[in-house]
Write a protein that binds this ligand. Structure first.
Ligand code: R5P
Length: 306
């Protein structure tokens, strides 16, 4: 029988404690709904509002990119070291174990290839399918100044609207055509337009001069792409500078998965992004982890030979 006699007396409403009311400190995100904040907090660590996203979506327009020939072999082991994984639904379903607890930033635009005009994209995922794969964010390319600028901005607006209906944030990715300069003036224009149209965070490129102005002029978090493969110290230096100048993290692909030691590199990038480590110290960490990994791999090979 239910114990109803003295229930009221035992309740404690903590009358002297004011209701919990905490600010959500991720840049520009305090006015969002609970689901949006919860998903963003899975991508950006609440401890420092920063993220190391691993971008492996290159195949959506350039096919089997070097390092991504077998995502199940090369990328799945890196996932535990990333804060989030940026990927297409096809690669996710076929190559990433569903047991992963890492948030997925789902590539949601496409429709072109490297053989054609890159800005000619359309929305490439239904919101229902994004929900089905439990996406924590949607990613859409925006080509400011590109041949299909208007269409790509339309894609962003539609993705933001459908994501908003389900509490799923949108990351706008500023695609820069070959004819456009990746300078602060251009990147400031592109990132600000994306944020004003409702993107919850924006992926862009780092620029040597005045990146701080790009970051300050964008009212939501910026993450930087790594771009083409660089020597490790240069990639770590770029990440360090971007963070020091106001970026909230990286969404890095080739500079991680095209490395000789991708596991070591992603950990070195984490040291910069989450540990404010200098590029030189992070490079030392890379080399140390790389040689540890080589020892580990040699042991595994010996074991397999037995
Ligand atoms: C942009 O076109 C896509 O999201 C790329 O797959 C991604 O930005 C590439 O990352 P990274 O430049 O670091 O290889």
């Amino acid at each position: 029988m239910a114990d109803t006699d003295d229930l009221l007396e035992r309740k404690n409403f903590y009358l002297d404690v004011p209701p919990a009311c905490s600010a959500f400190t991720l840049k520009g995100s305090n006015a969002l709904d609970w689901g949006m904040k919860n998903r963003l907090a899975r991508i950006f660590s609440p401890a420092d509002n920063r993220t190391v996203m691993l971008a492996v979506d290159h195949g959506y327009f350039q096919g089997p990119t070097t390092g991504l020939e077998r995502i199940d072999v090369t990328i799945a082991p890196l996932v535990p070291f990333a804060d989030a994984l940026m990927i297409t639904r096809g690669a996710l379903r076929s190559s990433i174990p569903p047991e992963t607890s890492k948030p997925v930033v789902l590539r949601s635009s496409g429709g072109q290839s490297i053989l054609k005009e890159l800005s000619n994209e359309r929305i490439a995922v239904d919101i229902e399918d994004a929900v089905r794969v439990n996406a924590s964010a949607l990613a859409v390319q925006v080509y400011i100044g590109g041949m299909h600028e208007h269409q790509s901005i339309g894609n962003l607006v539609e993705i933001v609207n459908s994501g908003n209906r389900h509490g799923i944030p949108t990351m706008a990715v500023t695609g820069v055509g070959k004819e456009l300069a990746r300078d602060a003036k251009y990147l400031g224009l592109a990132t600000r337009i994306c944020a004003e149209l409702g993107a919850h965070f924006v992926k862009t490129y780092y620029c040597e001069k005045n990146f701080a102005a790009v970051a300050a002029g964008c009212p939501v978090p910026l993450v930087i792409a790594g771009g083409k493969k660089l020597p490790e110290l240069d990639a770590l230096t770029m990440a360090y500078r971007a963070i020091s100048e106001g970026a909230a993290g990286v969404d890095m692909g080739r500079n991680i998965f095209q490395c000789d030691a991708p596991k070591a590199m992603i950990q070195a990038v984490r040291a910069v992004v989450h540990g404010d480590e200098t590029p030189e110290k992070a490079l030392d960490l890379y080399h140390a982890l790389k040689s540890d990994g080589e020892v580990e791999e040699a042991c595994q090979q010996k074991t397999q030979l037995r």
